[in-house]
Design a protein around this ligand. Structure first.
Ligand code: NAD
Length: 281
């Protein structure tokens, strides 16, 4: 395992993916909103993105041209992945095998239970952490707390019809005018993943926190009156029941990403690097 902190107590970060999330996370470190952290290196499959971002940060990180180069950077102990589920599948094992912890935003990758178990195994062999922020969802701390007592978990994701355009699960609705709330999919989370890729991260995060992708039920609803991207979690079990409802505003730089997801990534990194009290689980 790589030493998890520098001599000054800070965490050395390598950024994998330099788009909306990556840019905001790196900026939060650079401007001191996240303390005890320093971005040592950045990588993006689009090299221009990595170079552009590196130039805006102080101190300037190394813009790497491969993930191997990123993992060779001295002092780096945490890779923050802000790229795509495919990047977790391609590089997650190398990151953890190199003794680096992994904070991943593209949690959709974990809907593949084989990959999830493999990464967990490599992380524990190498004494590394896998950290998954709540992202565009809330209530994950409560769900984790009652995970042994759960009997039912349902995620209802409601969006205006146009927000589904292009999703394979929306193909038969593309030319139909939807005038009232319409259920596009209701079934196990694992079945929703290929049909509605934009929902993959929230469905996977909820699944791994609770009952797994086979038993977590996902309902996808198109509603012309929906105020935006609305996620509602319902959980029931021997502990009682709870409902969380999130009405998310899109991020100004990427309408596909909720503003909350960006803030959740920054707060998770802040808590990871911080040495102060931890509030909540
Ligand atoms: N957990 C959540 O609730 C949540 C919410 C929103 C977004 N996300 C996920 O976070 C990730 C980043 O989102 P974003 O808004 O910053 O996206 P973005 O499109 O703005 O940026 C992604 C960046 O990653 C790069 N990239 C893509 N695949 C790569 C690969 N295989 N290797 C290296 N670089 C790669 C792209 O070139 C791009 O610069 C996405 O996977 C997105 O689905 C998660």
């Amino acid at each position: 395992m790589t030493e998890s902190r520098q001599k000054d107590g800070s965490v050395g970060i390598g950024l994998l993916g330099c788009g909306t999330m990556g840019g905001e996370v790196a900026l939060a470190v650079s401007n001191g909103a996240v303390q005890n952290a320093r971005v040592f290196a950045v990588f993006d499959e689009d090299g221009d993105q990595a170079n552009r971002l590196a130039k805006t940060l102080d101190p300037t990180p190394i813009a790497c041209t491969t993930v191997d180069e990123l993992l060779d950077v001295q002092g780096l102990s945490l890779v923050v992945e802000c790229a795509a589920p495919a990047a977790v599948a391609a590089h997650g094992a190398s990151v953890l095998s190199a003794g680096r912890s992994l904070l991943m935003l593209s949690s959709g990758a974990l809907a593949d239970t084989d990959l999830y178990e493999r990464l967990n195994g490599i992380a524990s062999e190498n004494g590394c952490d896998i950290v998954v922020p709540s992202g565009a969802l809330g209530g994950i701390d409560a769900l984790r707390s009652v995970s042994d007592l759960l009997e039912e978990v349902t995620l209802t994701s409601t969006k205006p019809p146009h927000a589904f355009s292009g999703a394979p699960g929306f193909a038969r609705w593309e030319d139909v005018e939807i005038t009232e709330p319409t259920i596009l999919y209701e079934g196990p989370a694992v079945g929703a993943v290929p049909l509605f890729p934009a929902n993959v991260n929230v469905a996977a995060t909820l699944s791994v926190a609770g009952l797994g992708p086979q038993k977590t039920i996902v309902k996808v609803v198109a509603d012309p009156a929906s105020p935006g991207n609305v996620h509602e979690i319902y959980a029931r079990g021997q502990f009682g029941e709870f409902t969380f409802k999130l009405v998310n505003e899109p991020h100004v730089r990427n309408p596909k990403t909720s503003h909350l997801a960006v803030l959740s990534a920054i707060e998770t990194l802040r808590a990871y690097c911080d040495r102060g009290p931890r509030i909540g689980t």
